[in-house]
Design a protein around this ligand. Structure first.
Ligand code: C5P
Length: 395
């Protein structure tokens, strides 16, 4: 029996073709020992009859908000209180929009507002709909509101497209629900660097790079959800601080180095920041004027934050580095693993189709002393979940 044994699980089903997978999902939830009650939106009932899920769950299926019969049995507030956990699968773009707006126009969205139980959402939709600006805005809003987003996976879609938007398989959903992701890093101190650094040339100009910080922020959010106490040292980025994360803002490599080295009792150090290797030898106090045809700026080496943390005593329990390369990925990543004495390297090609800097997706190679694993191109959010699992395995 897993952690779902004896738990009251409310399964919300919205109107997507992946609703047909809910039969298997309910059977697996019941095999785990959960008591399952199903709520369907009107659109979900266009895909599968409520009778199917009633037979599989052994409980009546709830479909209407203003149904006197249902309210006389288990009313919507009672149902919201009954749930220990809520899983909505599949979640359509439309349902995400309603939840993000706090709309309570049907039974399921009302229950999501009325319950104090943790709510997991398993989105499923066409890849273009998933990538649409409005859906991504709603996704960020929902994450910040504390909803736990499971997936989606990437791959072939019912509509013939290929890309992100496939609902996770029932077994994967079960593992994420029953595996209590909130516990994987419980009690651990995690320190993460993220974003670019900015090296001033004069009061107006600087040297920097294209890093958006998305990978580091996704990792910080995932580690916090996994129960870790997270400190995020970030260069200048335009991202909101994930819930429960302690953020320290810096600009230059030297400032990032000082903020990081000063942190005590670190169990896991993850260096995702794209740190400038060089800085101007001197910062001009005055704005440099365009008086000559050419200008030479002398650059000096910056400290290597990752190498210094790995060599520090006491050393963090686990040190994870990133490697952004333009060629010879595996060889360069292995060299980094050795020279910086890392436990795990996450390496990617910066010139991969679709790009990396600023993108929501990345394709990486995971490398440690004994293994090398190639992952497909996936969303940085989903990659963060996988990396946290890899990290937890190595602790
Ligand atoms: O040596 P390279 O810059 O390619 O190594 C990349 C890794 O080292 C990344 O994890 C990056 O965050 C980290 N790094 C660092 N301090 C530097 C340069 C890189 O922490 N000055």
């Amino acid at each position: 029996m897993g952690t779902l044994a004896g738990k009251n699980l409310l399964l919300g089903i919205t109107g997507g073709i992946a609703a047909y997978k809910c039969g298997e999902l309910i059977r697996r939830l019941k095999d785990e020992g959960a008591d399952v009650r199903v709520v369907m939106t009107p659109a979900a009932q266009a895909f599968v009859q409520p009778m199917t899920f009633q037979a599989l769950s052994g409980n009546p299926v709830h479909t209407q908000l203003l149904d006197p019969h249902a309210e006389a049995g288990m009313g919507h507030i009672e149902l919201a209180r009954w749930a220990d956990k809520v899983l909505v699968a599949p979640v359509t773009a439309s349902f995400m929009a309603r939840l993000a707006a706090g709309d309570a126009s049907d039974l399921l969205s009302t229950l999501c507002l009325a319950t104090s139980a943790p709510i997991s959402l398993a989105p499923a939709m066409n890849q273009q709909m998933w990538r649409a600006a409005a859906t991504q805005r709603n996704l960020r809003q929902l994450e910040q509101s504390g909803y736990h987003i499971l997936g989606p996976a990437s791959g072939d879609q019912a509509c013939g497209d290929n890309g992100p938007g496939r609902m996770l398989e029932p077994a994967e959903l079960l593992a994420l629900l029953g595996g209590e992701p909130s516990g994987e890093l419980a009690g651990k101190q995690v320190l993460i660097t993220a974003g670019p650094t900015l090296e001033a040339i004069d009061p107006v100009r600087y040297i920097s790079n294209f890093s958006s910080g998305k990978m580091g922020f996704a990792l910080a959010a995932t580690c916090a959800r996994a129960g870790a106490s997270v400190t995020l040292v970030s260069g200048p980025v335009s991202l909101a601080t994930p819930r429960g994360v302690n953020r320290i803002d810096v600009q230059s490599c030297q400032q990032m180095h000082d903020a990081v080295i000063g942190q005590k009792d670190i169990d896991i150090f993850i260096a995702t920041a794209a740190v400038a290797d060089y800085r101007p030898a001197a910062r001009s106090a005055e704005k440099i004027k365009k008086s000559t045809d050419s200008l030479t700026i002398e650059l000096v080496r910056n400290p290597d934050i990752l190498a210094d943390m790995s060599a520090r005593s006491p050393r963090p329990g686990l040190v994870v580095g990133f490697a952004a390369e333009s060629s010879d990925l595996a060889a360069q990543a292995r060299a980094k693993l050795e020279t910086k004495k890392l436990d795990l390297v996450v390496a990617n090609l910066v010139n991969q189709p679709g790009g990396v800097f600023g993108s929501d997706e990345n394709q990486v190679l995971l490398l440690d002393r004994v293994s090398q694993t190639e992952l497909p191109r996936i969303e940085k959010r989903v990659l963060a979940e996988k990396l946290v699992q890899e990290i937890a395995k190595r602790l």
